[in-house]
Structure formats: structure tokens, C-alpha cells
Design a protein around this ligand. Structure first.
Ligand code: ZN
Ligand code: ZN
Length: 277
């Protein structure tokens, strides 16, 4: 069954398409279950911390947008039941040291189905933007980058605020050009600790297909990284397109599902109310 657990509707400034637009696109493509995971960016030092609600920009921290977000998604969930589409309420939390003190007001009162935690920032700069990434890389050896990146991941797992780690090796996007093939080894020294902590705190990871659309040969994380986590007993895995427009809903999900089946004999996990089914 096709499903897509990483979708950015136009609550995110860098995304286009309403909740309805995405639901209809999903139905048209035969996707049966989707999770909306709006960006939740809260680091003032690094980024515009806003969400868009009815063409108005609202400070992420204020939390006044959460009610609109939750209502709109729950309404859509009811509306599309008859079309055999399950619609879940989620967010992609930008994780960095101290993020838990910066969560929007009312965040923990929301009945989330799924929270993805993703590292986008190192020292308040974006690892996903070429210029920022090169500046970050120029200050870190590949080992140092690994230490910094995975210490954020490990600390966040312990907060019990997230269910899924997003695009676990996003540093690959620009890291390969800068560091060369070494970048593909970066995660290795951290694997045991990472897997142990994920299992202890019931945190899984996603297979994010967006790298395929950007011309890379592997999803995020890479196949070897996926295998290493599965071999260590991590069995909570979702799949997501990271769509920022309705066109990309469900993109390469069938390819990710086939890969998971072939490489690890594993089926992806599904969530309701913050709990794996
Ligand atoms: Zn992300
Ligand atoms: Zn995303």
C-alpha cells in the first residue's frame, strides 16, 4: 500500500498547495495514507520562524496557528474518509540544541499522529543550503561534523518529543562535493549508540525519497545506513516524499518500499496518535 509520511502544505513558506490540494493529488495517485508534516522552525538565529495561515505570516512560537492547522487537517481527514484516504496530523520539528525550550505554546496539547525530528542547522546555519553548508564544512573535519550532527540527534531522541528521525544523512546533499567519498562513512562511528538510543526511546527513522528527485543515487539515509540500523534491531521505519508541492506527493514511494523489502525484508511502519500501529 502506498503512503507518504512527509508532506509540506502551504503552512510552510517554502511550500505550495493547500491541505485539500494535497489530499486530492494523493487520491489521484493512489496514495492511501498521508501525514502532513509542516516545518516547525524555531531558531531565531538561523531562520524565519513563521507559518502561513490564510496568507498571513504568524510567528511559529506563538502557537496561535496550531488550532487552525489541527482543525483543517482533522476536517480533511473526515472529508476524505469516503475516498479511502487516511490523513494524519504531523510536523517536522527542526532539531538543534535547546529546541525543546523553544516549542510553540500549546505544542504538547496537540494530539499529533507523528512528529519527525530533522537536523537542518549546524551552529545556526543550514546544512541543506549550498552556501551555508560550505561554510559549515570549512569549519569542521568530517569526524567533527559527525560528532556535532549526531550529538544533536542523540540528545533529541532522549527528550521523547519525536517519533521519527527525518532524512538522517542530509549532510550528504552538499557534503559529497566538499569532503569526497569520506562523507559516506560519517555515520559509522555513531551507529551503535544511535540504534541503542532509538530502540530505548521508541524512535524510528524515515526513508526520504527527495534525494532521488535531486539527482542523487540513494534515498536519505543511504542503503548501507538503513541496513546498519535494521541489523541493530531498529524496526520503526516510515517513507516520505518530502513533497513541497502536490505534484510530488507519493514521489518514488514505491521505489522506497521495494528497496526496503529487498534490502531488509522490512515493511514500513504506520502511526496513529503518536503510536506505531
Ligand atoms: Zn527536512
Ligand atoms: Zn521536510
Amino acid at each position: 500500500m502506498m503512503f507518504d509520511y512527509h508532506i509540506h502544505p502551504n503552512y510552510s513558506c517554502d511550500a505550495e498547495g493547500s491541505i485539500d490540494d494535497f489530499c486530492q493529488a494523493a487520491i489521484a495517485k493512489g496514495v492511501r495514507e498521508i501525514a502532513f508534516t509542516t516545518h516547525l522552525d524555531t531558531d531565531y538565529k538561523a531562520e524565519d520562524c513563521v507559518v502561513r495561515v490564510k496568507e498571513e505570516m504568524i510567528d511559529t512560537h506563538s502557537g496561535v496557528w496550531l488550532e487552525d492547522y489541527e482543525n483543517t487537517i482533522r476536517t480533511a481527514a473526515e472529508r476524505y474518509l469516503d475516498d479511502d484516504l487516511v490523513v494524519l496530523l504531523g510536523a517536522e520539528l527542526d532539531i538543534y540544541p535547546g529546541v525543546i525550550e523553544k516549542l510553540p505554546k500549546g505544542f504538547t496539547d496537540v494530539e499529533w499522529d507523528l512528529i519527525i525530528g530533522s537536523v537542518h542547522l549546524i551552529d545556526h546555519q543550514a546544512i541543506s543550503l549550498k552556501e551555508d553548508a560550505e561554510e559549515i564544512f570549512s569549519k569542521h573535519s568530517v569526524e567533527e561534523l559527525g560528532e556535532t550532527y549526531f550529538s544533536i540527534v542523540l540528545d533529541t531522541i532522549e527528550t521523547s518529543m519525536i517519533n521519527i528521525l527525518g532524512h538522517l544523512d542530509l549532510y550528504r546533499r552538499f557534503g559529497e562535493d566538499f569532503y569526497g567519498p569520506q562523507i559516506h562513512e560519517l555515520w559509522k562511528p555513531h551507529t551503535d549508540e544511535l540504534a541503542n538510543r532509538m530502540k530505548k526511546f521508541n524512535v524510528g527513522f524515515e526513508v526520504n525519497t527527495s534525494s532521488w528527485r535531486k539527482g542523487q543515487h540513494e534515498p536519505l539515509p543511504s542503503i548501507n545506513f538503513i541496513k546498519a540500523l535494521v541489523e541493530r534491531g531498529v524496526d520503526t521505519i516510515t517513507v516520505g516524499s518530502d513533497a513541497h508541492s502536490p505534484n510530488d506527493v507519493g514521489a518514488d514511494i514505491d521505489r522506497a518500499l521495494a528497496l526496503l523489502g529487498n534490502c531488509c525484508g522490512i515493511k514500513p511502519s504506520r502511526f496513529r496518535g503518536g503510536t506505531k500501529l
